[in-house]
Structures are given as structure tokens and as C-alpha cells.
Design a protein around this ligand. Structure first.
Ligand SMILES: C[S@@+](CC[C@H](N)C(=O)[O-])C[C@H]1O[C@@H](n2cnc3c(N)ncnc32)[C@H](O)[C@@H]1O
Length: 537
């Protein structure tokens, strides 16, 4: 999307650009854009000096807090509670800004408000070269917006294409880098660019697209402490808390850079990063950052960079793909690919779809833990689900070096997250092999270490092992699974199930968390039964 080919109609036209050095600035596209940037910034409220210095202090406190690496789940939880308190205070101080930059319509999903913007968005997309003739955007309860077929779609039919110029990536806005030439992860660049475009508001050439995005998300960054409490003890807890910590830290870095480490920026486009800094200084707030990060986390796809030097090392960058990103997920196969020659994202139907039905795509193999933490939903019929459990060699174990040499041969880390699976596998071969190694006696270790080429046998369920060794292995798994299942004690289970039925609108996050708990519990319970049966054999 070229800078001088603005697609969207602005609701408010800027006044004439000022005279610069005696020349009317409108003669230069850049000068017009500079002027627009100033206009966009002038529409934002300014926080007074007192609020700003309170914020500076809170952000420093936040940085000190997240610098500390929690040593155990309890410490991690306490840190999260402190973090939430700080973020609450920050959000209160930043409220005038956040209400302007990302107003929240209500506590419930904003489907109707978004749907009202769909007509303009669809016209913008069509005008920009999106082909989606058999599809339209509609509301689907439980999914927010999604794509509906307007005619029967055949399996494998090309149903949607989005040209490169409508794909939003760091390469569409490369003058927006905050840290100049410093390289950061591609999804962070994308989130940052989105922050800038959101702050630019009506002056952004992406406005029509941004208008149909959700105003808020069900990612862990939006959970209240009470909601997060429902994850405590589950396999998702640590990942969720870490995500909150990491995003708060990124926000604090951006804030500190913009407000305490640099002079006020003029937004001069001829200096790399200046424009990004200008907007960050005027509009950054935590509410906006969590919105941008959540938008990227829940909607991004990877496309090849068009700036890579050689074709042998394809570099992929994060991108937002308007229209395509309205498709919801269902089990199946990946049917969206970037086609290099026509320079467009192409999506085919993974199955035949009747007219009026929802059109789904498959997001890829992900566990429900991953979907919950990064995508803000869980999949009830997830065929690729698993629950990770953490296992590790003990530092005080005199035989640790021998165990480590067998694990090395098996390519299993000495401290690892290994998978408990749904039926019919229950225990992944890596987890089984790890526990077998962990439970070997000194003689058994000597035996296996004397012929490391055979180590691969430990991955097989039928590997011939001494009975006492097998019993210790399955007993360990049984004890561990019982411990993990204790989080879901019976009373809690029943209470949750009752609550689940009673949940009303506005409690989508609780509903998702109860579903997640039920699915995790069911995987662990199935594996426990399997371990008990094996121990008795
Ligand atoms: C790429 S967007 C799809 C469009 C989105 N529904 C919207 O309203 O903009 C991905 C988000 O859609 C929702 N979603 C996608 N597939 C889902 C599913 N199978 N169940 C529930 N929510 C789903 C989740 O909120 C997810 O983060």
C-alpha cells in the first residue's frame, strides 16, 4: 500500500499544511504526511506533569519487579499479583489517553459495533484487490465475527486471495522503527507498527481495517487476577503468567525509552525511528500495547520478506492479512499459502461448504494450552492436544551424568517439558523414555551406558526392561499425574460444571477457562488410568 495512494476516506480533512521555508508544504507528499502526523498528535490528550511523573515512577517499579526471575510457582503468582496492581494504577493514570486511542465500548464482545463497519471494510478490501466472492463477514455466536459462504464452495476451491499491498507487515511501514536499526523479533515490529497506526487514528491509511478489529481480546493479558486464579496449578499457568510479565516488560521498555530516555521528538521522517518515537511519546499506553500485542498474537500469519538478500535463506515476517484474518479455526489441514509470483496470500477450502455455513480454516497443530495463552480460545475437538509436564534431572543425583548421557543420545533435554497425550497414546515416547532413564538403578545405568546405540529402544512402550524398573517408572508417572490432578479436586469439578451452565454474557473468559480445565483434566485422568494399568501388568 503506497504512501501516496490513501485508500480510506478520512472522516476529518486536515487543514492546509503550513508554509515551510517559504514553500507551500503541500507540494511535497512527505510534508503533507508530517502535517497529518502533527494533526493526529494534536487530537490526543496530554497528561499533566504530575501524572507523568507518577507514571514514570510506576513504570520504574514495574521494571524492577519484572527483572526478578521467580524461583517457584508461588513466587511467580505473587509477582503476577504485584504486577496486576501496578498495571491497574498505570491504566488509571493513562485513562484519558486510552479512552481516546482505544475506547472500550462495553464489557461484552463488540460484534455489532464491528459488523456496522464491515460494509466499508469489504469495499476497501475489494477496491484493494481482495477476492472473496463466495464469502461474507458475519457474526457467529461463540466466535465473534467469521466468514460465511454465500454459495456452495467446493473442496480445494480457491476462495480467498489477499494481495501483498493489503498485507500489513513491518515492510509496509518500515519508517516506524522505534529503536532505529536495532533488530527485534518480527512480531514485535508488527505490534509496534500497529501501535503507531492506531495512534494515528483517522489519519492512518489502515483505519478501515483497524476499525473492524475487536476492541479487546480474551488473551491472558485481559484476564483479571480472579480469572487467572482459575489457571493456577494447570499446565497453562506458568506460560500465562510469563506472557503477562514479558508484555508488561516490553511496554515498560517502550515507555521508558519514549518518556525518560529521549528528548521530545519532532516526528521528522528523514530520521529513522523519529516518527515512531513521536507517536509513542504522544499516544503509548498499556491498554493500547496489550491490544496491539493481542491483535498480532491472535491474527498474525507469516509471509516471506520481500527485502531478503538471497533466495536461499527465506526470511519470514509476521503479517496481518485483512479479510483472511476473519476466518475462524476448525480441525483440518492448512490451506493458506503465500504465492510469490502473484504476490498474494491464497486460501482454498479445506472441505466442501454449503451456502450459509461458516467457512473455517485450520490454524495448525497447537495444544489447547498454546491456543489459550496465545490465541484466546480453546478447541473442544482438538486432535493435536496435549498437556506438558515438567521433568528434570536432580542436581544432587550422583548418577545424573550417566542419566544425562542416555538422554543426550535420545535428544531429550535434562530439564524438559514433555507431553501427556489424549487416548490412545496417553504418554509420549519422550516422557516415557525420560522417566525410564530417571528411574534406572546404578547397574541399569551401567548396562544402558555400555551400549548407547540401543538407547532408542527406551522410546518404545514394549522395550524389554526389568519388572522392578518398569514398576518404578509407571509408579512415578502415576504419582505425578495424581499430583497434577489434585488441582482439579472433586468439589471444584462439580462446582465448575454447575457454574459452567449458569454463565451468562460477559463471562466468556470464565467459560473458556472452565472448558480448558475440563480438557486438561480429562487428558491427565486418561493418562493416570493408563499408568495404573501398566503398573499392575
Ligand atoms: C484470526 S481471528 C478470527 C476472527 C475473529 N473471530 C474475529 O472476530 O475477528 C482469531 C480469533 O477468533 C476466535 N476463534 C477462532 N477460532 C475459534 C474457535 N474454533 N473457537 C472459538 N473462537 C475462535 C478467537 O478469539 C481467535 O483469537
Amino acid at each position: 500500500m503506497g504512501k501516496n495512494t490513501k485508500r480510506n476516506k478520512k472522516t476529518k480533512q486536515p487543514q492546509q499544511p503550513p508554509q515551510q521555508n517559504g514553500v507551500t508544504a503541500s507540494a511535497s507528499g512527505t510534508a503533507v504526511e508530517d502535517f497529518e502526523d502533527q494533526q493526529a498528535a494534536s487530537l490526543l490528550p496530554r497528561l499533566n506533569g504530575k501524572k507523568r511523573s507518577q507514571l514514570n515512577k510506576l513504570v520504574e517499579e514495574l521494571l524492577n519487579l519484572v527483572e526478578k526471575q521467580p524461583a517457584n510457582p508461588n513466587e511467580e503468582w505473587k509477582q503476577y499479583e504485584q504486577l496486576q496492581r501496578l498495571l491497574q494504577q498505570i491504566m488509571i493514570l493513562e485513562e484519558p489517553l486510552s479512552q481516546t486511542v482505544c475506547p472500550q465500548i462495553s464489557d461484552s464482545p463488540d460484534d455489532q459495533t464491528r459488523l456496522a463497519k464491515v460494509e466499508a471494510f469489504s469495499a476497501w478490501a475489494k477496491d484493494g484487490g481482495v477476492h472473496s466472492e463466495g464469502l461474507e463477514i458475519a457474526i457467529f455466536p461463540g466466535y465473534q465475527l467469521g466468514l460465511r459462504s454465500t454459495r456452495p464452495l467446493a473442496k480445494d476451491e480457491l476462495v480467498l486471495s489477499v494481495p501483498r499491498k493489503l498485507i500489513f507487515s513491518e515492510e509496509s511501514n518500515s519508517d516506524c522503527r522505534l529503536f532505529g536499526k536495532m533488530t527485534q523479533a518480527t512480531h514485535l515490529n508488527l505490534a509496534y507498527d500497529l501501535v503507531i497506526e492506531k495512534i494515528r487514528g483517522e489519519f492512518s491509511e489502515w483505519r478501515t481495517y483497524i476499525d473492524v478489529l475487536p476492541a479487546k481480546y480474551s488473551t491472558v493479558l485481559y484476564f483479571t487476577t480472579k480469572q487467572m486464579e482459575l489457571l493456577r496449578g494447570t499446565a497453562a499457568a506458568s506460560l500465562a503468567l510469563r506472557q503477562c510479565r514479558v508484555i508488561a516488560k516490553q511496554y515498560a521498555f517502550l515507555y521508558r525509552y519514549a518518556h525518560t530516555m529521549t528528548e521530545p521528538s519532532t516526528g521528522n521522517r528523514s530520521h529513522p525511528g523519529e516518527r515512531g518515537l513521536f507517536f509513542t511519546q504522544h499516544g503509548l499506553c498499556y491498554e493500547l500495547y496489550r491490544w496491539a500485542v493481542s491483535t498480532v498474537m491472535t491474527r498474525q500469519n507469516l509471509v516471506p520478506s520481500e527485502k531478503q538478500e538471497s533466495e536461499d535463506t527465506p526470511k519470514l515476517i509476521s503479517a496481518l492479512i485483512p479479510y483472511w484474518d476473519m476466518a475462524n479455526h476448525r480441525q483440518g489441514k492448512i490451506t493458506s499459502f503465500y504465492a510469490a509470483v502473484p504476490r498474494q496470500l491464497e486460501c482454498t477450502a479445506q472441505e466442501a461448504v454449503d451456502a450459509g455455513e461458516q467457512f473455517f480454516i485450520y490454524y495448525g497443530d497447537r495444544s489447547n494450552t498454546d491456543l489459550l495463552v496465545h490465541n484466546g480460545f480453546v478447541d473442544d475437538y482438538n486432535l493435536k492436544d496435549y498437556v506438558n509436564i515438567r521433568v528434570g534431572l536432580s542436581l544432587t543425583d550422583a548418577l545424573a551424568a550417566k542419566r544425562a548421557s542416555i538422554l543426550d543420545k535420545l535428544n531429550i533435554r535434562h530439564t524438559a517439558e514433555l507431553r501427556v497425550l489424549p487416548a490412545p497414546d496417553f504418554i509420549s515416547k519422550e516422557l516415557l523414555a525420560f522417566v525410564r532413564v530417571f528411574k534406572m538403578s546404578a547397574e541399569q545405568l551401567d548396562h544402558w551406558c555400555s551400549d548407547l546405540e540401543r538407547a532408542g529402544d527406551l522410546l518404545h512402550i514394549d522395550c524389554a526392561l526389568e519388572t522392578d524398573h518398569e514398576t518404578r517408572t509407571w509408579q512415578f508417572l502415576e504419582d505425578r499425574l495424581k499430583l497434577l490432578l489434585a488441582v482439579f479436586n472433586k468439589e471444584m469439578q462439580e462446582a465448575n460444571e454447575v457454574k459452567e451452565l449458569e454463565l451468562k454474557d460477559g463471562q466468556e473468559i470464565e467459560l473458556m477457562l472452565f472448558l480448558y480445565r475440563r480438557l486438561e483434566r480429562s487428558i491427565l485422568a486418561g493418562a493416570l488410568q493408563y499408568a495404573q494399568e501398566h503398573r499392575k501388568v
